[in-house]
Design a protein around this ligand. Structure first.
Ligand code: ADP
Length: 165
């Protein structure tokens, strides 16, 4: 039986921290589906198609990874894909409270989907999509924090925004 895991997130945009988690997850599961949430409530900088295509480009060389977008409750998406696990990344204690709550809620919704927490390399543990966007908005160097394709798109996005002002 294929063991499928879902790695959900907003990925606005995908960072080297997310990629570190994906590389760890594919060692444990046959297939890892990176599921990009529409998450309009978070008012993402990049639209859903752009976020999905950035993830696709970033994982192109990692076997066993699929990329998809989802709109529904994550547990319903897991059931649809027959996934046995939900992957989440844990950076620091600050992530714990929210992740703990989510994991217990998801277990209540479906006891057969196990939440699996993975920790990135220390050098990625301070990275977050929002911090990277803040640095990029001010023209700071983010080249070691995101894949090249994301770096280029961020630079373009903020240049467009500046032009519009
Ligand atoms: P969400 O809006 O669901 O938090 P994110 O795209 O911000 O979506 O993150 C998706 C998952 O990846 C979360 O579990 C988050 O904790 C984890 N994550 C984000 N950045 C990192 C990082 N630098 N290292 C490890 N895990 C991370």
């Amino acid at each position: 039986m294929q063991r499928i895991a879902i790695y959900p997130g907003t990925f606005d945009p995908i960072t080297n921290g997310h990629l570190d988690i994906i590389r760890r997850a594919v060692k444990i599961f046959d297939t890892v589906i990176v599921a990009v949430a529409h998450n309009e409530g978070k008012n993402p900088l990049f639209g859903i198609e752009e976020r999905v295509s950035m993830v696709r480009e970033a994982v192109r060389d990692i076997p066993g990874v699929e990329v998809d977008a989802f709109h529904s409750l994550i547990i319903e998406y897991c059931q649809k894909k027959k996934a046995v696990a939900l992957i989440r990344g844990l950076r620091a204690v600050s992530d714990f409270e929210y992740e703990f709550q989510m994991a217990l809620m998801n277990r209540k919704l479906d006891k057969d989907v196990e939440s699996v927490f993975l920790m990135p390399k220390e050098k990625y543990s301070y990275l977050s999509s929002s911090l990277i966007k803040e640095i990029a908005a001010f023209g700071g160097d983010i080249s070691c924090m995101v894949p090249e394709t994301v770096h280029n798109r961020l630079t373009r996005k903020f240049a467009e925004k500046k032009e519009r002002k």
